[in-house]
Design a protein around this ligand. Sequence first.
Ligand code: FAD
Ligand code: SIN
Length: 544
Amino acid sequence: MIPRYLLNFDLSQMETEYCDYLIIGGGVAGLFAALKAASWGKVILLAKSTLEECNTSYAQGGIASVVKEDDSPSVHYEDTMEAGVGICNPDAVKVLVEEGVSRVRELIEIGVSFDRENSNYSLGREGAHSRDRILHVGDSTGKAIQDALMGSTRSTENITIEEKVFVMDLLTHDNRCVGGLVYNEEKGTVKAYLAKGVVMATGGIGQLFDRTTNSVIATGDGLAMAYRAGAEVMDLEFFQFHPTVFYPPGEKAFLISEAVRGAGGILRNEEEEQFMIQYHPLADLGPRDIVTRAMMSVLKKTRTEKIYLDLRHLGKNYIKKRFPNIYSTLKEYHIDVARDLIPVVPAAHYTMGGIKTDLFGGTSIPGLFAAGEVACTGIHGANRLASNSLLEGLVFGERAVIGANRYIEEFSPHLKGIEISYFDQRNSSRERPDISRLEKSLKKLMFEKVGIIRYKESLEEALDFIKQNSAYLTFSFNEIKGYELQNMMLAARLTARAALLREESRGGHYRQDFPSVQKKWRGHLVFTLSQEREEEVKWLGTSW
Ligand code: FAD
Ligand code: SIN
């Protein structure tokens, strides 16, 4: 049984803050949404860590946008649709590629200084793009964007930013979202934030896997709290693994950007042979899911543990200038990229699924809007085209606020005097679990059994583990790590369930026992909770 809230509470007994727009999350989607909302009302933005710590800050390759004359939104549209293997939402993709151009211009206006060559922008190429269209700031594009957005939001009146506060659950009243319950671990307090419109921008679920490129914040909180509140979630079986991640033993993974292959980097096997040409006409620049699986198959054939990325022919000066962060980080590990091969393995990277939204971030709960990696607009279909997600954060961050503003004008939500309380029989009879051990086991299992290659028995094994530990979903934790574990268990269960149901292979979902794309599976699995709090699954066929 999935509880409605992670804690028992009575709103009338709690300290309460009020605002017009509550933005949960301070990455590209949340910050951009806050900037847009500030012209309409009082905004509070909450982030569970410092603003710097999020996936946006780690983005390397860049942001896809139509800049050159040989490119156009329709070509960008075609590339995105092709990468998504038949199930992208064409209306959402059209919005992304058309409005994206103006949103990127706004980024430039607030101070993001994309690299130039002479007077023109220097454009990178990444997997499955048919044109050079990746604007970048060295190989630290995300940090440059995050810094500029943090600067703007911090200096905008009407926006209050609170860092290191953990949103536990969404508050609903008369089936509408009216705010969130917020835990401050340092102070040991829980506070209610009531808002006329709520925008969820909490990012993805990449921390569900033990080998991941993602920030520590990506524990699927937004997905889990929206699901607990009754929102529809979609496409969770589609998860993207990035082919080239450097894994120093016992340390955090470090991404080696796909832009490196766009610049001529080559994947090689143990014998130093180039192999991608046998797997895709675009060779090393094929779609990510195909490159990742090709690497897994080479590793299996050669019974080795690593693939190598070769940049030696690109020359030290070029690499140092174009990819300074990659160059210097590898140097710390005594790898000289102009002389040595870089050992790489695939790792969990991007969540294609999420909270189901319309084109203005609207979810199935009135008053709740979602944008960025936590949302599922259908743009990415079964596989995201590289560098489309920073763009998505901007375009749909703004649109979610437009959606919220329309909702507020139409419905005029009244917040004063709302009564909400919740009580369930908390499961305190069970012994407190060793959170860190349980989390480790879950992540290992997710990578091995619900990872790059899945099959019926592997998925059932993962679901069995989750079922055995499901009593912890109602355990009374009193710490963020415990709440995150509860959210991860829920997100893991949804991912494994969706992967078990989809008996085909498509994009980021590969079933060894059903290895081909099946026409009848051209659509989406949508999960929601029934009135009785039982899991319900709906099939949503594509209408295109
Ligand atoms: P995030 O940037 O992850 O921000 C999430 C926010 O939510 C954070 O502020 C966090 O504190 C907050 N939050 C989460 N849970 C809670 C909670 N319970 N309570 C309060 N706050 C909460 N995409 C590209 O387009 N181009 C690239 O080059 C690129 N490179 C990448 C490289 C790496 C290593 C990674 C990991 C991703 C990359 N991506 C790239 C993907 C892209 O960075 C992300 O999809 C995007 O930045 C997500 O933005 P977001 O605003 O949705 O979430
Ligand atoms: C990368 O730089 O390889 C990551 C790009 C992305 O995930 O969009």
